[in-house]
Design a protein around this ligand. Structure first.
Ligand code: PMT
Length: 216
């Protein structure tokens, strides 16, 4: 019997990749499968939370007892997250959000002409940093996907985005992180030593993240 220790807690989770259109047949995206965020959503719901999952396109089945909102672009994700933020207690940004969008989405398929093509990429706003500026009672959790200087980059994000916790992923390893069924992460919290969550299924890692959030 699953403990119901998240009863009455409203949890907002983002998961999966975002998709930035280039033209009617092409887009920019990334390697996120959604597994980490979906595991968090399912485990939180199983522990009694009211869970809203904002998801980019994935191949995964919807978690049960979870309200799922589908999005495509970073802009869609931002609108949905910001509209749900006030009514949630735990907000966990596991989605791999595009840092750029294409300046002008072409109405028609861009034709090749034997020459190189330049795409004008415009920076997307940092959604998580925006939430860090407006949070009140929320416990705000970010993820970081890094390939080098992990602790340094992670601590910088924890501080600059005003987070209560940062889940640090080493995406240079292929056995964990993007698309694998297992993960190994470090949890960074202000004024605390990093906590290593040893390699385990994403379900178990999700439960350990939720345990830590409860005692914050
Ligand atoms: O989906 P899986 O295949 O299971 O893989 C899981 C994962 C590796 C994708 C996931 O655990 C993870 O690390 N997600 C965050 C990936 C990411 O976008 O990292 P980042 O370091 O670029 O961003 C840091 C944080 O800011 C993230 O919480 C991200 O959601 C957020 N962000 C990023 C860019 C942006 N414009 N707005 C944001 O809010």
């Amino acid at each position: 019997e699953q403990k119901q220790d998240l009863n009455g807690i409203n949890v907002l989770i983002t998961a999966g990749p975002t998709v930035e259109e280039i033209d009617p047949v092409r887009y920019l995206t990334n390697r996120s499968s959604g597994k980490m965020g979906y595991s968090l959503a399912q485990e939180a719901a199983d522990r009694g939370a009211n869970v809203t999952l904002i998801s980019g396109p994935t191949k995964l089945a919807h978690p049960t007892n979870v309200t799922v909102i589908d999005i495509m672009s970073a802009k869609d994700l931002q609108q949905k997250v910001e509209s749900k933020f006030a009514q949630n207690d735990f907000v966990i940004m596991a989605a791999a959000v595009s840092d750029f969008h294409v300046k002008t989405i072409a109405d028609q398929k861009i034709k090749k002409n034997g020459k190189n093509l330049q795409l004008d990429l415009v920076a997307n706003p940092d959604i998580l940093a925006g939430l860090g500026r407006i949070k009140v009672h929320q416990r705000l959790v970010g993820f970081a996907a890094e390939t080098q200087n992990l602790l340094e980059n992670g601590n910088k994000k924890l501080k600059e985005k005003n987070l209560d916790m940062l889940v640090l992923n080493d995406v240079s390893r292929s056995d964990i992180g993007f698309n694998s069924s297992e993960n190994e992460v470090r949890l960074l919290q202000p004024e605390k030593e990093p906590k290593l969550l040893k390699k385990n299924t994403k379900e178990n890692i999700a439960n350990e993240i939720l345990d830590q959030l409860l005692i914050l």
